[in-house]
Design a protein around this ligand. Structure first.
Ligand SMILES: Cc1cc2nc3c(=O)[nH]c(=O)nc-3n(C[C@H](O)[C@H](O)[C@H](O)COP(=O)(O)OP(=O)(O)OC[C@H]3O[C@@H](n4cnc5c(N)ncnc54)[C@H](O)[C@@H]3O)c2cc1C
Length: 477
């Protein structure tokens, strides 16, 4: 009898899961599934406690859904990627597995792990089947005319759209329930892992981030019905809650990028195309672009800037200033509201991610890698490629990054994207009583000295000039 094992990793869903679908194609095969919890590896990757919590809850949903298909999900705790391989091989021997199915991951350690597994299995009878499943177009499939990886988004996106139109894509249904060939019971799913306590409250987690594939699909549907067609204008205003908030679900794979793209295409078919739908598709392209960059330029996985010359930059490593930024006590209301949003709900609006990362790397001139790490340790949607890409964009160390001479002014960003100050009021209650004008600069002209709110920790004009000067100097050298 054929015995198939599906190894779940960042693809915790039953619908449109290439590895699962292919493992179940043969109706007679006996199918088992496995997932590894690897705390030491997660620690090395700075995975946030709230993301682990979300992942465990998503696993619980997956296990229930797989059980209904008569596929038991085994959950094994093993410290790191090396021990995963030993454990996986032992499991396959124990159950006489002859075919292993998994969807590829593209981060450097994950690729090394999979390569060494392939080596170890060369002399065995086990056949591995791996799939490009994380993107609409696999990161290696989009290359320039000279066969190189793109480093600029616009031509990448053009090629990406052409590939999708030309090659198409499939959305696999969930497999049908199988005959029960075995008596193996699914593993209990732990509700927490030591060392990964979530920093967000259970109530917030439940309210903002209900876990599982069904919740992800419901969120996609809600977004398409209510916000997709006005996305372009509304997406920059954090108070509006007008983006999909699907990033945590995409990060653990509770939904696929193909399902998201298809929903946008369905909206185009139903209502005609508009700039908003195209803009949202563009965001999906950004997600894939950064994965493409990570595969093409793997140094970005190793704490290296894309622009290697920026290694010569002498960033500040000031712990006290960094702490004020982390805690949302910089004296810049929008920056502080944003950091407190991250600290409260484990997620931050995209406009604000740009504002706070630019503030840390340019106004405070603190090493962007400190910020990148803090984000990973706090984000429920932590994703190496997108997070690294976003940070390097703001720090002007990345490919197709913000030009070093265009530093966001936090007060102007605040006036523009939170004009009434309502978002600031939500997260910085000590400023809630201020009017829409003074809330952006509480210690401004009237010098409201009695406020229980810090003075701005830097002079933006001078700090941004100094940062621009440092970049000019770097270019000069
Ligand atoms: C400094 C910085 C750090 C970031 N870190 C992460 C991260 O760790 N994980 C993460 O998923 N995104 C990250 N982003 C990208 C972006 O902020 C989030 O994807 C977005 O805010 C998620 O909200 P949403 O699901 O409502 O997005 P929507 O606006 O609804 O967009 C839909 C999807 O497109 C993708 N997407 C949107 N914008 C981007 C972008 N700029 N780059 C890459 N993908 C994008 C996401 O998967 C998102 O869920 C970062 C951006 C910056 C500037």
């Amino acid at each position: 009898m054929q015995k198939h094992l599906v190894w779940f990793r960042a693809d915790l869903r039953t619908i449109d899961n290439s590895a699962l679908f292919m493992a179940c194609r043969s109706p007679d095969a006996n199918v088992l599934a496995v997932y590894f919890i690897s705390p030491s590896q997660w620690q090395q990757h700075h995975v946030a406690g709230c993301k682990v919590d979300f992942e465990l809850k998503t696993l619980q949903h997956l296990s229930t859904a797989l059980n209904a298909l008569n596929i038991p999900l085994l959950v094994i705790q093993t410290p790191d990627f090396n021990s995963q391989i030993d454990s996986l091989i032992e499991l396959m021997q124990q159950h006489d597995i002859n075919h292993l199915f998994y969807n590829k991951q593209y981060e450097i350690n994950e690729v090394k792990r999979d390569n060494s597994l392939t080596q170890r299995l060369l002399t065995s009878n086990i056949i591995t089947h791996d799939f490009d499943d994380q993107c609409l177009v696999a990161p290696t499939q989009i290359l320039t005319g000279e066969g190189r990886f793109y480093s600029v988004f616009t031509p990448f996106k053009k090629n990406w759209l052409q590939k999708i139109a030309y090659q198409g894509y499939k959305i696999y249904p969930a497999p049908r329930p199988r005959k029960r060939h075995h008596t193996i019971a699914p593993s209990p799913i732990p509700t927490n892992i030591n060392g990964f306590e979530s920093h967000i409250s259970p109530t917030v987690a439940q309210e903002y981030w209900p876990a599982g594939e069904d919740a992800a699909l419901a969120r996609l549907q809600y977004f398409c019905e209510h916000h997709l067609r006005t996305y372009k204008d509304a997406r920059n205003f954090p108070i509006l809650d007008s983006t999909s908030k699907l990033s945590p679900y995409l990060a653990v794979g509770a939904i696929s990028s193909r399902q998201c793209y298809q929903a946008a295409v369905n909206a185009q078919l139903a209502h005609g195309t508009n700039d908003s739908i195209e803009q949202w598709i563009s965001e999906l392209a950004w997600r894939e672009f950064y994965k493409h960059i990570m595969v093409g330029f793997p140094r970005v996985c190793k704490n290296q800037p894309f622009k290697l010359e920026t290694n010569a930059m002498t960033w500040r490593h000031n712990e006290a200033d960094f702490k004020r930024w982390c805690e949302g006590k910089t004296g810049f209301p929008l920056v502080d509201a944003a950091m407190r949003q991250l600290n409260t709900i484990g997620w931050m609006h995209n406009r604000l991610r740009m504002v706070v990362s630019m503030f840390l790397s340019k106004d405070l001139f603190i090493d962007w890698r400190w910020g990148e790490r803090y984000f990973m340790e706090r984000l429920i949607d932590g994703d190496l490629a997108a997070n690294n890409g976003g940070w390097q964009w703001s720090a002007s160390t990345g490919n197709d990054a913000a030009p070093y001479f265009r530093v966001f002014n936090p007060k102007l960003q605040s006036e523009r994207f939170d004009a009434n100050g309502d978002f600031i009021r939500q997260y910085v209650p000590e400023l809630a009583h201020l009017d829409a004008k003074s809330i952006h600069e509480p210690h401004g002209k009237q010098q409201q000295l009695f406020l229980d709110y810090p003075l701005p920790m830097v002079n933006h004009r001078l700090a941004s000039q100094a940062a621009i000067e440092a970049f000019k100097q770097l270019k000069h050298n």
